[in-house]
Design a protein around this ligand. Sequence first.
Ligand SMILES: [Zn+2]
Length: 300
Amino acid sequence: MVSVSIRGGLVLLAVAALVSGCAGPAGTGVRPQQPLNAPPAPAADLQADKTRIRAARLRAEQTRISAARRWGLKKVPLTAPPAPAVKPRITTRHGFEVDGHREKGLPPVFTTVPTEQKIVFLTIDDGAEKDPAFLRMMSELKIPYTAFLSDYLVKDDYGYFARMRDRGVVLNNHTLHHPYLPALSYARQQREICGMQDVIEKRFGARPTLFRPPYGNYNEDTLRAARSCGIKYAPLWNEEVFVDHWEYREWDQDIHPGDIVLSHFRGRKDWKGTMPDMVRRFLNRITAEGYAVARLEDYL
Ligand SMILES: [Zn+2]
């Protein structure tokens, strides 16, 4: 019994090592993991694999250092831990519930993901500014983020957001016209939310499971309507980053493990700088405080 469980443990460790090796940037030449029932590889092969993995990691690290320098960051952003094997249980933040929220099985409304790790999640809303430099910056720095799109702002250039999707960003629902939803009937709220589900599915090929109500305002009808068109989660935010300052929900005016950070697709027309300027402010701050950016969808 004991030897079996020890062997099982060793196999798990070996798999974990391979998986984390593969979790590096794509195209690093890391070999795909062997099936568990394959015959053991000769020692020389294993040594060669280890050398290759080490070289790939070194190359990836050098790429990240030069990207950080090129984009004017004070420090190289920290790398987030691998996606959790067991996802945290997401519940509605206290004080953010509607009547019978949990009993009715409505999508949870939350501002932070429960975790002890020093990670935050970046979410970017609306879609007015379509800055190609922003796409390049996020890809080169390998910073994950989640977009919440409103159709009236993105429809003049779906191609920009298709390129974002091609880079691994999940495109989520922020209504068709960005209204103040609690003022609308159930039927009109449903048109705003389900209509945007249809647009995203048609243009980008996948139906979102995340929805963020405009201005963070919602009522029970909002969450019922969202659920009726396939929404599972309604993430809000705990901090907002602008090009020249931060705003906080908490009294301590600080960032915390698992916080969801909001920003917007905005450019010089809306604020005093570019999207890369905003990202610089965001990354310089969180890196200095020891935080990495993780992918929200990995935790849901
Ligand atoms: Zn918005």
